[in-house]
Design a binder for this molecule. Structure first.
Ligand code: NAD
Length: 433
């Protein structure tokens, strides 16, 4: 009898299975594919590796600004993908070492009865089941969708097209748009909403779109893709008119959908196409059956899955404050409330802004495009939300995340010394201003 069986070895399932060794004795982790899930194999890590290659190319091309002459620079997508694969392999090997602390089986798990999981024809009994089966790319239900590549397929593609259409101006769409634009591809993004990155602060999304437009990315917003006519032509509807756009490659990045293990119905777990419902401790309506990560459909981020796992194990973690990052160039990040959410909740707030162009470190880096926007509650001056676009936005968001999670006021940030010269000084300057 196992204390815990975890189905799915993505970051959520794997981290939780390993952390559970502090609490339980017999733990079994089951994975049908490669360990590491979407994050390691088809998501965060592969894209960051490719984004870094694009970043190096960008730096070489602007090297003369820094007094360095480089005459030749061109990308080899084949070698970029090879490097990405090496990094993924290395991380997979590291995670295999971690897995030595628990039992691991490769195979597809099915829940056959309450407390029983079947894998490779064998039955395993357990006191608790944790479902961490993740998500997969969603496809629009439109004619010709088979002509489009998903992010999974794009990460294996070694041919650099001349031009590319990306359907969806969300997180995945923008990260790929930015990477391929830097690699020299003419990119067009077709987005359904009026502005890109619908879940981000409007002000930041608009400025980011303008910065990316300046780099040569074309955006068609407020446009609903209705059909992919052939492998190079996308039809969309904008202001009641049908139009088409053409390019050598078409990418679909319109969200992800949960992947459910077989057997949920048989034990009566409540779920919809959006995900498995859980309580605040990640337990489903069936006692002893838990779910974390993308399969819960709440917030499809690796760090959120791991945090949900900590909550499931009874650790103290704030699941309300979740930093979110887009690794485009310039980067973009957010934590806490947007202005729109403050309006909806009737919260009185004030805004303070700081700009990278006034920061010494940003000037030395020659990366002065960007802004930090802080939303502060008017009644207690606590920081409610921070939204950043600019260099290292992904790293800069950690400080505001602590501030919001711990309920810090703007003066408590101002009373803390920030090292000079750093990009973090923008945050301290806003707080002191
Ligand atoms: P998303 O929800 O972020 O964006 C999908 C976009 O497609 C939306 O902007 C939507 O309006 C648009 N869209 C939908 N239907 C359309 C249509 N018919 N025509 C044109 N546009 C249409 O989804 P995603 O970018 O696919 O990402 C999936 C998930 O993965 C997200 O939850 C995301 O947070 C996560 N993710 C996170 C990171 C990161 O943390 N850096 C990176 C990649 C993905």
């Amino acid at each position: 009898m196992y204390d815990l069986i975890v189905i799915g070895a993505g970051p959520g399932g794997m981290d939780t299975a390993v952390a559970a060794t502090k609490k339980y004795e017999k733990i079994l982790l089951i994975e049908k594919d490669q360990i590491g899930g979407t994050c390691l194999n088809r998501g965060c890590i592969p894209t960051k590796s490719i984004a870094q290659s694009a970043r190096i190319l960008h730096d070489i091309r602007r090297a003369s600004i820094f007094g360095i002459e480089c005459d030749k620079s061109f990308p080899s997508l084949e070698r970029i993908i090879e490097r990405k694969n090496q990094i993924v392999n290395e991380l997979r090997n590291n995670t295999s070492t971690l897995l030595k602390q628990i039992e691991f089986i490769k195979g597809e798990a099915k829940i056959s009865a309450h407390g029983t999981v079947v894998v490779n024809g064998e039955e395993y009994n357990t006191r608790r089941i944790l479902i961490a089966t993740g998500s997969q790319p969603a496809m629009l239900n439109i004619p010709g969708r088979e002509f489009a590549l998903t992010s999974d397929q794009l990460l294996e593609n070694k041919h650099l097209p001349e031009d590319m259409i990306i359907i969806g101006g969300g997180v995945i769409g923008l990260e790929f748009a930015s990477i391929f634009n830097t690699l020299g591809v003419q990119v067009t993004v077709v987005e359904y909403c009026k502005e890109i990155l619908p879940t981000f602060d409007r002000d930041i999304a608009k400025r980011l779109r303008m910065a990316l437009t300046k780099k040569g990315i074309k955006f068609i917003t407020d446009a609903r893709v209705t059909e992919i006519i052939d492998k190079t032509t996308v039809e969309f509807e904008k202001k009641d008119k049908r139009e088409t756009v053409e390019a050598e490659m078409i990418i679909m990045a319109v969200g992800r959908k949960p992947v459910f293990p077989d057997g949920l119905e048989s034990i009566g777990v409540e779920f919809s196409y959006k995900g498995i419902q859980t309580d605040d401790n990640q337990e489903t309506n069936v006692k002893g059956v838990y779910a974390i990560g993308d399969v819960t459909g709440k917030c499809m981020l690796a760090h959120f899955a791991t945090a949900q796992g900590k909550r499931m194990l009874g650790e103290n973690i704030n699941l309300e404050v979740v930093p979110s990052v887009v690794f485009c160039e310039p980067e973009c990040s957010m934590v806490g409330l947007t202005e729109e959410q403050c309006h909806e909740r009737g919260i009185q707030y004030t805004i303070k802004k700081g700009f990278f162009r006034a920061n010494g470190k940003a000037l030395c880096m020659d990366e002065t495009e960007g802004m930090v926007k802080m939303i502060i509650g008017l009644n207690d001056m606590k920081i409610l939300g921070v939204h950043i676009y600019g260099p290292h936005a992904a790293d800069l968001i950690a400080e505001p995340a602590i501030a919001i999670s711990q309920g810090l006021t703007v003066s408590e940030i101002a009373e803390t010394i920030h090292a000079h010269p750093t990009l973090n000084e923008i945050i301290s300057q806003i707080a002191n201003g």
